[in-house]
Design a protein around this ligand. Structure first.
Ligand code: ZN
Length: 166
């Protein structure tokens, strides 16, 4: 079911999300389905459960080169010292773009939707999406990275490949 994506200043976006015990539990399977459908409906490339108002550690990734998939209890266990900056928008913060500096590469582990452990070594766009979504699980938003005033999407300095719908 497509659910409404909540937006700032909804306090649920600032909550610390709780770990999931069993990804195969019916309510988690339903949450995963809703996340995928809501992400696709919003033409997003990633979505986190808190954006549907659910404080559980579940994210979906809808990388342009694949089908949407869910990651449960994702955790970054390694990040490169090299960083890069990219303009990011957020489906929960309409109309705002922030240039965010993050590690270029990360390694994460997570449970997949069948409850099996997976390890993902990510770089470039996928690394940024993962970090953006995991931030949501910790109540962190792109505006927390803004050094100056957030830029508006009308401003011209948005590079191709910017991370906009996450
Ligand atoms: Zn977001």
């Amino acid at each position: 079911m497509v659910r409404t994506i909540i937006t700032v200043p909804d306090p649920l976006l600032r909550e610390q999300s709780a770990p999931v015990e069993d990804p195969r539990a019916p309510e988690i399977q339903e949450l995963i389905t809703d996340l995928k459908e809501s992400c696709l409906a919003a033409e997003g490339i990633g979505l986190a459960a808190p954006q549907l108002g659910v404080a559980k550690r579940v994210i979906v990734i809808n990388h342009p080169q694949g089908k949407p998939y869910a990651l449960v209890n994702p955790e970054i266990f390694w990040a490169s010292s090299g960083t890069s900056a990219l303009e990011e928008g957020c489906l929960s913060i309409p109309g705002i773009i922030v240039r965010v500096t993050r590690p270029k590469k990360v390694k994460i582990h997570a449970l997949d939707e069948r409850g099996e452990w997976r390890e993902i070594a990510a770089s470039d766009l996928l690394a940024k999406i993962l970090q953006h979504e995991i931030d949501h699980l910790n109540g962190v938003l792109i505006t927390d990275y803004a050094e100056g005033r957030p830029e508006h999407p009308e401003t011209p300095q948005i590079s191709p490949g910017a991370l906009l719908k996450v």
